[in-house]
Design a protein around this ligand. Structure first.
Ligand SMILES: [Cu+2]
Length: 148
């Protein structure tokens, strides 16, 4: 095996290149890691499921979804009229039209103007049935089945 005889200046240049490439690798890894962390935080902030609220016909799309405990569902009013999401029985909402599992608090978005949205994070597993108050007579109802 023969070894190349390198001059001192060439050795120093190679050492400099090695140092520079190590810095490059370090910076590249740093960029990749921070991009991954950024994506992970985006994923955590994004709802598990998005349900749109449409006008014609008045519907929740999709009207039946599943979610895991801790996940957030977002309802978006993509229509041109007011919609709402409620699991709360009241003067207008009959008790048998809505349901939440034992131990869960009913929720109500209030009236959502076009373009507005409502998010709810499910913490109790079970079956949730909700309606849109202005369009309950039109069959605008939905269901979320939440598993552990
Ligand atoms: Cu509606």
């Amino acid at each position: 095996m023969t070894r190349l005889k390198l001059s001192g200046s060439l050795r120093r240049r190679i050492a400099q290149l090695k140092g520079a490439s190590l810095i490059f690798v370090g910076v590249t890894l740093g960029i990749i890691l921070s991009a991954q962390l950024f994506c992970a935080s985006l994923a955590a902030a994004q709802p598990a499921v998005v349900v749109t609220m449409s006008d014609a016909p008045p519907r929740f799309i999709p009207d039946k979804i599943t979610a895991k405990v801790g996940q957030t569902v977002e309802w978006k009013n993509t229509g041109h009229t007011i919609h709402d999401v409620t699991t709360k029985p009241g003067p207008i909402v009959k008790a048998d039209q809505v349901a939440v599992p034992a131990g869960a608090q009913p929720f109500d978005s209030g009236f959502l103007a076009p373009g507005k949205s409502f998010s709810y994070t499910f913490t109790v597993p079970g079956s949730y049935r909700y309606i849109c108050i202005p369009h309950q007579a039109d069959g605008m109802t939905g269901e979320v089945d939440v598993s552990k």
